[in-house]
Design a protein around this ligand. Sequence first.
Ligand code: ATP
Ligand code: MG
Length: 568
Amino acid sequence: MNDQAPISNAPIQHFIRTIVEADLNSGKHQGIATRFPPEPNGYLHVGHAKSICLNFGLAEDYQGTCNLRFDDTNPEKESEEYALAIQEDVRWLGFQWNGEVRWASDYFPALYGFAEALIEKGLAYVDDLTPEAMREYRGTLTQAGRDSPYRARSVAENLDLFRRMKAGEFPDGAKTLRLKIDMASPNINMRDPVIYRIKRAHHIRTGDAWVIYPMYDYTHCISDALENITHSLCTLEFEDHRPLYDWVLDQLPVLSHPRQIEFSRLELHYTVTSKRKLNQLVTQGLVSGWDDPRMPTIHGMRRRGYTPEGIREFARRIGVSKSENAIDMAVLEGCIREDMEAKAPRVIAVVNPLKVVLTNFQDALSANPTASRSAGFHPNHPEFGERDVPISREIWVEQDDFSEAPPAGWQRLTPGGEVRLRYSYVIKCDEVVKDAAGNVIELRCSIDHDTLGKNPQGRKVKGVIHWLSAAHAKPVEIRLYERLFTDPEPDGHKERDFLEFLNPDSLQIVQGWIEASIQDAAPESRFQFERLGYFCADRLDHKPGEKLVFNRAVGLKDTWSSGPGQRG
Ligand code: ATP
Ligand code: MG
């Protein structure tokens, strides 16, 4: 995996594209139709982003269509909040679905009709087995299942019972409707799968109209067919369900028979990609919500400051295949960093401030005033404009840009040493002020007034540090994020719960300073804070004029920690 390649939109060939191209070239399809079928039972995560980019991306590349269809067959777990958030995420990633949003529940009447048709063909029956008994009858991987004693019911009896299930005559779980396929099939999914269950649950779309709900496998293939989907892409765990997908469609008078193609799930190191586990983090209060910037959710990544283009580039680079797809977080961070590198204006912030008094500062009233310079917002984008970088008698620098006993090769502040202030003068550290406990609380430095925009006479000063004029800087809350888990595969341990690997230091909130030029930046504006990383004004808490809050989206690959050379 190359995370250095430049951002590009050029598609990377993969086996699904090859299939699509063959189907278009052979005339099997005039155009392609894909769909993204989330269940509205949680917020989408980075794995879903892969699936979104694949389905919508194919439709874009081959002038086809992609539907957004909610798989809303599990009423207790689903909510309107999730459905809205999912739509927002798809749009934010830069995609638009074909026509209206679709819902599997729109097909409940059709699905019910098909179920009666299957009963009439002798291909489905009402079963009274309890869930425990059903499990026992199902057999195991090595042992064939046994026919349910209710399997031989007549068509008339099955129809009558199924209609009475729908009418609400039986309690929840008392009966199911099952397909009559083969209890001895080596594929357990083909051992008379349940396609309807009785469940009195309020549904977000159909309310209390139904007390029976169709199962996913039955619903999904028919929904695909009703929408004339050509290629139904799903993750590998559905591979063993494909015979069932095809079996159902082969029995029904539907016009199209989509082709199911499976690809491997994205697994991202140092995080979890399972809605159930992410839900656990939210409900146990271990994160601030689904949009906590540490979450691998699309909402979380957005709030943290990741760009849609960066996420799409990530999906492009990781590719699509059937082999294991465990990716290091660094690949995602690399894509985000590259995108921001090109687009984010560069400004100055000080995260851990240390006060410096410039003892020979000469204000504008004196004969030889200390001057400020103007600096561009991006070295490669003059069109981003410039701003003044004001200086005053007191400035802020980073605490870790000063060391009393520095290691060899140190090029930043140290007693008696010199350093260049970015876009400004060379200063020399003359005096270190400490509190009673011995902590350094202030430096007293002198300016070499002959170094603005030129090298000092007769010596080299290599180090350059960032700084802010205390009289001009604005206070800011800065949220620094680290990985949410300390283990690359937090949910990969049999004996230990994934929560045991939560990183206790994944969030650090500091009070720092930001240059005044961005005090009016809107929420979600992104910047490079020089030498610190890429930051994004918080979507919710950043309120210009009241409180400025920035999230660190991603660090700089190449921090200037050992001194950047002559860049002042
Ligand atoms: P989870 O296990 O997190 O609950 P899911 O598969 O149940 O995920 P759905 O809402 O059913 O979530 O998924 C919608 C689509 O996204 C499906 O086509 C699914 O295959 C795909 N998808 C889900 N997780 C991943 C992943 N990690 N990588 C790639 N695609 C995924
Ligand atoms: Mg699912």
